[in-house]
Design a protein around this ligand. Structure first.
Ligand code: HEC
Length: 133
């Protein structure tokens, strides 16, 4: 009996942890990223004016985002745009955020694009421009 109670308590704890983590990631995104990438991740943050040299990535564009591996996304967040041959207008966050926070942001970005990486899962998808990848 007591073992069952402990198991349930542990399962609930893990569940609550995951829920808290997801909420934290949204909060971190809203705080650190949304001014450029937009609250919805559509790349239309309040910072983005005509003078902005490069458009922040639209994370809701699944066709684009599924071409990135989670590792690409992680590296872009950690070391900034130039780490993945992109614009330095994407700042590095490795000194500000922990690995756990960065991984949470990767997961949150995957939620916003509602996609996974074609490169990791190798799920074949039809692309209108180039056929099956
Ligand atoms: C000062 C504006 C700015 C802020 C703040 C910012 N970004 Fe960016 N980000 C950009 C720009 C601009 C690009 C596009 C770079 C390019 O395409 O050359 C970009 C690109 C990215 C990419 C690469 C997408 C791809 O094309 O593969 C990721 C991932 C990313 N940002 C995540 C984040 C996260 C997470 C945060 C918050 C921790 C954040 N960004 C904060 C401007 C910003």
């Amino acid at each position: 009996m007591s073992r069952l109670v402990i198991t349930i308590a542990m399962a609930f704890g893990i569940f609550m942890n995951a829920a808290a983590q997801a909420a934290d990631s949204r909060q971190a995104f809203d705080f650190y990223c949304a001014q450029c990438h937009g609250v919805k991740g559509d790349g239309r943050g309040v910072n983005v004016t005509k003078d902005f040299a490069t458009d922040p990535r639209d994370f809701t564009d699944a066709r684009n985002m599924e071409n990135r591996s989670d590792e690409d996304i992680r590296r872009a967040i950690m070391d900034g745009g130039p780490a993945i041959s992109k614009s330095a207008w994407m700042p590095p966050w490795g000194a500000t955020l922990s690995i756990e926070e960065i991984d949470g942001l990767v997961a949150y970005i995957r939620e916003m694009c509602n996609c996974s990486s074609r490169r990791e899962g190798r799920v074949l998808k039809w692309l209108p421009s180039s056929g099956y990848d």
